[in-house]
Design a protein around this ligand. Sequence first.
Ligand SMILES: [Zn+2]
Length: 504
Amino acid sequence: MAAKATTTIKQVLNHQAEHGAWFAANQALFNRVTAFYFGVIQAHEKVLALSDKDALTALEKLTHTTQNNPTPVMPLEEILEDIPALFRRAAINAALGSARSFSSHLQKWRKRKEKAEAKGKGFHERPPVPPRAWNKSATLYAGMWKERDGSSMVMKVWTGTCWSWVKVRLIGRDLPTDADIGSPQLIRRGNQWWVHTPVEKQFKSPGKIEKQVTTNAQTRMCAVDLNLNEHLAVCTIQTVEGTILATTFIGGGRRISGFRKKQLGRIARNRSKTGIIAEGEQDNADLWRKIRQVDEQVAHLVSARIVQFAQAHQASILVFEHLGNLKPEKGKYSRRGNSKRAYWMKGRIFKYAKYKAWHIGVITSRVNPANTSRECHRCHRLVIRYDAGERAEGYTPGTSLVRCPHCWMQGHADRNASLVIGQRLIARYQTPLKEKPHAPVRHAGREEKSSGVALSQEAKSKSRPSTDLAGYGESNEHGTAQDGLLRMDERLSDIPCQLRLPFE
Ligand SMILES: [Zn+2]
């Protein structure tokens, strides 16, 4: 089974100074032609009922002068003679895209209007308007470019006075050799010109989870426990039949949290200042942007590390737990804000990891998060949770170690949770009889709201965990010690655990 993935390769152009003006002229012409065709479509709305291919033929008939079509209704020649066919077609397709989008917005607006009027309500929403200004980038169809290699290409552009082939140097990531190359776009960003090329890669799509889990006991899963503490992610590799193969701790949580707290503190101080509001607001916008950028980068780093770990150990399934609801935390502004951002980042890490995993043929799933850290990964009964140097008794949320009073399993709390997360996925595909021992553990106590995550202790049947989205959650203030106890036959990942954070 094959699947496709599309990405865009972005390369900046190194060109002669005067060519910048040519690219600008080329883009201006592209927009004039696109606007022209948008107008033609507005005058012949029936074109929109056709497929793109038939619409292209119809629009060329309406505009393009040939021997067989000497007097088109709206001749394109009025804009410019001798526009290359492939330049024209790229503009027609751009115009069609805009016209389809405009038409669908207009239809939706009309429906809302009719609905409101039928109910006798007033309707004051303005109708969508067609684009007034056009600022599209020219797409270069095959025939408008040639001689492309890793570092240069030749393309045909309108210089403002004539059509000319121009050779440009390309700087940036090379095109992959094993992918289908789409039509490049010539894009202006500030004073620079870029070529964006869509590439489509074929890859073997991952098999369905159920099949992988039920037909091959050696299928490897990478289970991930995402945290709000130092260990942003704790990942374990285990086979379906239960052999634990590797663990990795992805750290950096304390530093990112410290960074955020500092920025949020500054924002709070700016807010409390009076008199210089305008300046304070600008400051805050900058601080927020800084926080957002760092969060985004960390989410990308952590997700990349997770997928790298899964790949290094030939895991074909990635397992997370569903995120609980975010319960607003009490306390100082910086504390509340920080936990909200951390929660948001967990969602991002999941999203990016899922996306990155898919690209290497690894499928991602989520399981019910109820009590994943309270359950023993070996015998599935309640564990004791405590900190190093303390007595092993009771259950203290947020501590770093676990011990099972029933089977004597002991180790790092987050690692235990990660293993339980992986096992829940397998339990989903086992017969109901076998699933019994995995029944969620109940605990009388209530965890502290130390993490800002919902702490529902409700534990329902988890026969279909994937549908239990909300209402589950638990404290994610797991322990912070990195010296989790590992089994003898297990090795720590050789992938470096510490992330180089973007603000350092
Ligand atoms: Zn146990």
